[in-house]
Write a protein that binds this ligand. Structure first.
Ligand SMILES: Cc1cc2nc3c(=O)[nH]c(=O)nc-3n(C[C@H](O)[C@H](O)[C@H](O)COP(=O)(O)OP(=O)(O)OC[C@H]3O[C@@H](n4cnc5c(N)ncnc54)[C@H](O)[C@@H]3O)c2cc1C
Ligand code: SF4
Length: 509
């Protein structure tokens, strides 16, 4: 035996070789859901995960320490994965990624939204004949499995309650978000592995269920290459990471009748390219749903670290490609996000309990790409002027809601405008906001191996099978040809169920 075990998860201590029906690379929402469905139907499934198996109890409980440990253990590069602007005046955009059993579901906010039917209609421009109705049963199945339900009033937190009621008073379409939770206590630490195991991330939902059906999940196993023979995928090979101290390399190989890459939108094109099966557009058409934070100061305590950090939405402005969703962080992280330096910063951080933030996210008007020439993928993204304009209006709408909620000062996080008084927010609309005036972040990389009919302008067909390599599938965020406009994990999981159905019916029936 080459493995230790923890809860049935395999932790290798030497190289290994094994056979499977389907080998899957990556254990995030894309890989985990697919593994579950295939194993439930009796297939021999092996999932390879580069990261470690880290559980809730492996991190300190303290609100001040937990985020720092989580960044170290389950965020790739400590959270410092960045998309670089290559044109003058284009800001770098941090795009944090989870790494570990469960992928980014370990650290995500738990928001579960379906994409709109109109989004699926736009897929037709790429020759994809998948309608919302086709995907709806898969959405329903995931929602049932993950107990997707709206955030209840008591755990919204003061920030959620006052933001939502101000939005309602202004007549804006808004409400509590739906999330994959059971027994959420509103402790505010979702992005650092939920300490209560209330957020049903993959490592405590689909993965243990798949293991019960015999699927093997192997961590610390980085896939380097897809193996092919006569135009058909036959397996993968890579290196075992023994420990942080012991960096000696042990090889592994896993063979399968089908191979599925679910390493996320940044690493999937990288693996394909390193395997020499890149197509002309592999790595191109990266979309990220750029987002920014808007904050406000109140004359009463908000304690934004209490309550669900992302508990509400305002979708009034979605026709302009703008979504507003809660984003609250504990003081240890919040300090990095406040304006000012020196004495003014000190005063502000000392009254952190009176500050609240919200998040605005826009549907990209342009594309970035993933370059794959080095030892790690390189993300390039030039924020467009059009999206900077969208951000300006999104900041204005968020500021209006803050004003209605009783904020005394608003921090728009626009370079050159550190703060604005509530009576003065109309001036935000007149600003000439350029990409370089903003400090965006993004959490939803998509599109780098997009679906489509044409083999030269897309990477996979509508069944998510590679155009040029038989039995090679992609089942993660990289397949979507346009930004989804909402948080993507539900759509990724729904497509994984759809892909599982196709694989079962076409290769194992
Ligand atoms: C902080 C944060 C908050 C978010 N909040 C939300 C939210 O509330 N709602 C929502 O819908 N979405 C949210 N997202 C996005 C969502 O989590 C992702 O869209 C989703 O997890 C993507 O699933 P995936 O399976 O495509 O990729 P991932 O979840 O990224 O999983 C890919 C896995 O593949 C592994 N891998 C990569 N390369 C290799 C290799 N060579 N060999 C083996 N394994 C490899 C990685 O380690 C990783 O575990 C958030 C993301 C972040 C980072
Ligand atoms: S608010 Fe706390 S209990 Fe609820 S899902 Fe987030 S981390 Fe878990």
């Amino acid at each position: 035996m080459s493995f230790h075990q923890r809860d049935g998860v395999l932790i290798p201590y030497e190289g290994f070789e094994m056979d499977s029906d389907v080998v899957i690379v990556g254990s995030g929402p894309g890989g985990a859901v697919l593994a579950y469905k295939l194993a439930e139907n009796g297939l021999k499934v092996v999932v390879l995960e580069e990261g470690d198996y880290v559980k809730a109890e492996d991190l300190p409980r303290s609100r001040h320490e937990r985020p720092l440990y989580a960044f170290e253990r389950v965020y790739r590069n400590g959270g410092l994965t960045v998309a670089y602007g290559t044109l003058p005046g284009k800001p770098p955009i941090p795009v944090p990624l989870g790494i570990g059993l469960g992928g980014s579901s370990l650290v995500n906010s738990g928001t579960c939204l379906r994409a709109e039917p109109e989004t699926f209609e736009k897929f037709r421009d790429f020759g994809i004949n998948i309608t919302y109705d086709d995907v709806e049963p898969f959405y329903e199945e995931v929602e049932r499995f993950l107990n997707v339900s709206p955030v209840s009033e008591p755990i919204l937190g003061t920030h959620g309650k006052i933001f939502l009621s101000a939005s309602k008073r202004l007549g804006y379409s808004s409400g509590p978000l739906t999330r994959n939770i059971r027994g959420c206590k509103g402790c505010g630490l979702c992005q650092y592995i939920c300490p209560e195991n209330a957020k049903l991330a993959m490592h405590i939902s689909y993965i243990p269920a798949a293991i019960k059906f015999g699927a093997r999940f192997i961590v610390r196993s980085k896939v380097m290459r897809v193996l092919t023979h006569n135009g058909r995928a036959i397996g993968v090979e890579g290196e075992v990471k023994l420990s942080d101290i012991d960096r000696s390399k042990r090889r592994f190989r896993v063979f399968g009748r089908c191979v599925v890459i679910a390493a996320g939108a940044i690493y999937t094109p990288y693996i394909l390219s390193k395997s020499g099966i890149s197509t002309p557009v592999c790595g191109k058409f990266l979309t990220i749903h750029p987002g920014i934070r808007v904050s406000a100061f109140f004359d009463f305590d908000i304690n934004q670290w209490l309550g669900v950090p992302q508990g509400y939405f305002v979708d009034e402005f979605k026709k302009y490609g703008i979504m507003i969703e809660g984003v609250s962080v504990p003081p240890v992280v919040g300090a990095m996000t406040l304006p000012f330096v020196g004495r003014k910063f000190k005063e502000l951080i000392e009254s952190y309990e009176k500050i609240m933030s919200t998040g605005v996210m826009v549907s990209d008007s342009g594309y970035g790409r993933v370059l794959t020439f080095g030892n790690e993928p390189l993300m390039i993204y030039n924020l467009s002027k059009k999206d900077a304009e969208k951000f300006k209006m999104a900041i204005y709408y968020a500021a209006k809601i803050f004003r209605e909620a009783g904020a005394k000062k608003i921090f728009p996080h626009i370079f050159g405008l550190d703060e604005v008084l509530p009576d003065d927010i109309e001036r935000v609309k007149d600003l000439d906001v350029k990409p370089s005036h903003l400090e965006p972040m993004a959490f939803h990389p998509l599109g780098t191996c997009r679906m489509g009919k044409d083999r030269y302008s897309s990477v996979v067909d509508e069944n998510c099978q590679h155009h040029f390599v038989e039995r090679l599938f992609i089942s993660d965020g990289s397949i979507f040809p346009i930004p989804l406009g909402v948080n993507p994990q539900m759509t990724i999981m729904a497509f994984s169920l759809k892909n599982a159905k196709f694989i079962l019916e076409n290769f194992f029936s």
